[in-house]
Design a binder for this molecule. Structure first.
Ligand SMILES: *Cc1c(COP(=O)(O)O)cnc(C)c1O
Length: 366
């Protein structure tokens, strides 16, 4: 089989020792696996620096499952959330709340700019019924970083519960701030396989014991209490994935977030330089750009979905996979910078891109 080069912002290319951790078959209710589960929960707190103030709740499924569980559990019937949106994942938070009949309002911002902090403040001050503030840390639609510190500060000043989707940033970007509910998953900057997501929830919220969930599977409080009381999962855990997750967290702690961030930044810089030379532009101002993924735009080369599909196909034929969907509203496509990306993969991606668009590869050497 040809080696595949994943440039997708999750799931991503894994290191071989993370994959090797899945070779052992552990008993799902056995003491050894209980220890793996506990270690994963402890390591998540250690990485986020919240050992004393928070607790980690693991959930089966992709990141959205943990997000939905957290919102279902910690947003009550009399609560009201403000959802700040500047991309697909902010929209998803609103869709989850809408489906579950929760009370919320949205603030729609431009996809090319950070969330408008002053507008958030105005809305919250106008309506005293808001109890929760929800937003995405790194909006993976474009790779944009939202102003976490300022938003959390507004939340704190107004006594709101803060819910942050840190799906694509946890482990890759430092997040020192005090967040009530942080949601993320293993298959992005943690570099684990897909299948386990989690929330890091403040002890204050957990200690209340209050759950607003009207679903068994998405009751995060029940899941947490089960971890605390029995040290195991309520329903069948994805044992092999949890084992790999544990190994991936060990590697993250060894490498450290600053070094991992620098590794992603090097990939990003090389990609950016090469793609710019070929005529592609980015839509995010550099100061708001994360090293997680890049959104590229070229009205000449990739004007629409059909042109993107042809380009995607040319890359895939060579074993190179970028994010498979074209984003119509911004006419961009995404290339991820996270995971075990090798330097020569980037050269290959740029060479295939140049060939596909009939651009002289000598441009890349300049
Ligand atoms: C990946 C991602 C999610 C979760 O998507 P899943 O497909 O459920 O894993 C949510 N928010 C952001 C910002 C993401 O990058």
């Amino acid at each position: 089989m040809q080696e595949t080069c994943l440039f997708t912002p999750g799931p991503l290319s894994l290191s071989s020792d993370v994959k090797d951790a899945m070779r052992v078959d552990l008993g799902s209710r056995d003491e050894t696996f209980k220890q793996v589960t506990q270690r994963v929960r402890d390591r998540l707190l250690h990485i986020s620096g919240t050992d004393k103030s928070h607790s980690a709740v693991l959930m089966q499924g992709s990141g959205t499952f943990a997000l939905e569980a957290a919102l279902a559990t910690f947003l009550g019937a009399t609560d009201k959330a403000l959802v700040c949106i500047n991309g697909l994942y902010g929209e998803r938070i609103a869709r989850i709340l809408e489906k579950s009949g929760k009370n919320f309002e949205t603030l729609l911002c431009s996809a090319a700019l950070p969330i408008d902090v002053a507008a958030v403040e105005r809305i919250i001050c106008r309506d005293k019924q808001f109890t929760h503030l929800c937003f995405v840390h790194c909006e993976t639609t474009t790779g944009l970083i939202n102003p976490v510190k300022s938003l959390l500060e507004i939340g704190r000043r107004n006594g709101l519960v803060t819910v942050v989707d840190a799906m694509s940033s946890f482990g890759g970007l430092r997040l020192d701030d005090d967040i009530d509910i942080l949601v993320s998953s293993g298959n992005k900057c943690i570099e684990a396989p897909a299948g386990v997501a989690f929330a890091i929830v403040s002890n204050r919220l957990l200690a209340s014991g209050k759950s607003s969930a009207r679903s068994f599977c998405f009751d995060m409080m029940d899941q947490w209490q089960h971890f605390e009381q029995h040290r195991e999962w309520r329903t069948t855990p994805p044992t092999h994935i949890v084992q790999a997750f544990d190994k991936a967290l060990e590697r993250l702690i060894e490498e450290g977030i600053p070094a991992r961030n620098a590794r992603y930044s090097r990939v990003q810089e090389k990609l950016l330089r090469g793609m710019r030379a070929l005529g592609f532009k980015t839509i995010i101002p550099q100061e708001h750009q994360s090293p997680i993924c890049l959104a590229f735009c070229s009205i000449e080369l990739v004007p629409d979905e059909a042109a993107f599909a042809a380009y995607y196909g040319a890359l895939a034929q060579q074993g190179i996979y970028i994010y498979a969907k074209f984003h119509e509203p911004t006419t961009t496509f995404r290339i991820g910078c996270i995971g075990q990306i090798q330097d020569f993969w980037i050269d290959k991606l740029l060479a295939v891109t140049a060939a596909h668009f009939r651009i002289s590869p000598s441009i890349l050497a300049a």
